[in-house]
Design a protein around this ligand. Structure first.
Ligand code: ZN
Length: 233
């Protein structure tokens, strides 16, 4: 269930029987020919689907993340690490104060992963709480399913191209882009990142059959749901 479809009395009643909540973490950043909100859309959709299935409240996703390397691409939003850490910290504080004790963060953006030390700092102050940061696309079984189709798969390539992240009337290139050297990318300021990566795809085809994509999605759903139900210590 989604928090946007609940009132506070329902949350209060729900907390009597279950202390889990889900918070999706997204980003608004260039995704080549796909939606700028791809990471936000995917994390939020996955969160809503598993939350519905497990009867766990799902908070509205945080649409912005840390994307300093993409700031030369129009439409991108970049939060400073201090801002992002403070934002996540305050949301965790609020959820804890409401009574939630097991909080799953479904993250759709690799650049948000450096928030993990902040989560640990927060946990040190809330030792009875658990926070599970789940990078859904990089999880073992989901990534295995991606590699089953092609090992050349990365940011803004086919692996993020679902019917709900692609845009109407945008035609995808039909070639396969060679994989970029990520170590080289890490050395460059945003203006030169833009020159280096061109359209924004890090490597791979731009689109695959939806039947393939649905296999990946189904795997992600199962893997995320299993963690939501049994991934706590
Ligand atoms: Zn992405």
């Amino acid at each position: 269930m989604q928090i946007q479809n609940m009132n506070w009395l329902q949350v209060e009643a729900h907390l009597q029987k279950d202390d889990r909540a889900i918070l999706p973490l997204g980003s608004t950043e260039q995704h080549a020919y796909l939606s700028l909100c791809t990471d936000h859309i995917l994390a939020s959709r996955l969160a809503c689907e598993v939350g519905e299935q497990a009867d766990v409240p799902v908070y509205p996703g945080i649409p912005f993340g840390m994307a300093p390397y993409f700031t030369a691409f129009p439409g991108t939003v970049n939060l400073q690490p201090a801002t992002y850490n403070a934002l996540v910290n305050d949301v965790l504080d609020s959820l804890y104060h409401s009574g939630f004790r097991r909080i799953m963060l479904i993250n759709g953006h690799g650049g948000n992963s450096p928030v993990q030390p902040q989560i640990h700092n927060w946990l040190n102050k809330h030792p009875d709480a658990r926070v599970l940061l789940h990078n859904w696309w990089a999880a073992t079984e989901t990534m295995k399913q991606v590699k089953h189709f092609s090992s050349n798969a990365s940011h803004a390539s086919w692996m993020e191209n679902f019917s709900w992240t692609r845009l109407a009337n945008v035609v995808m290139p039909d070639h396969e882009k060679p994989a970029l050297k990520l170590a080289a990318l890490a050395q460059l300021p945003a203006s030169q990142v833009k020159e280096y990566i061109g359209d924004g795809n890090y490597g791979g085809q731009y689109q695959r059959d939806d039947a393939d994509m649905m296999q990946i999605w189904e795997q992600a759903r199962q893997e995320t749901l299993a963690l939501l139900n049994d991934g706590w210590v």
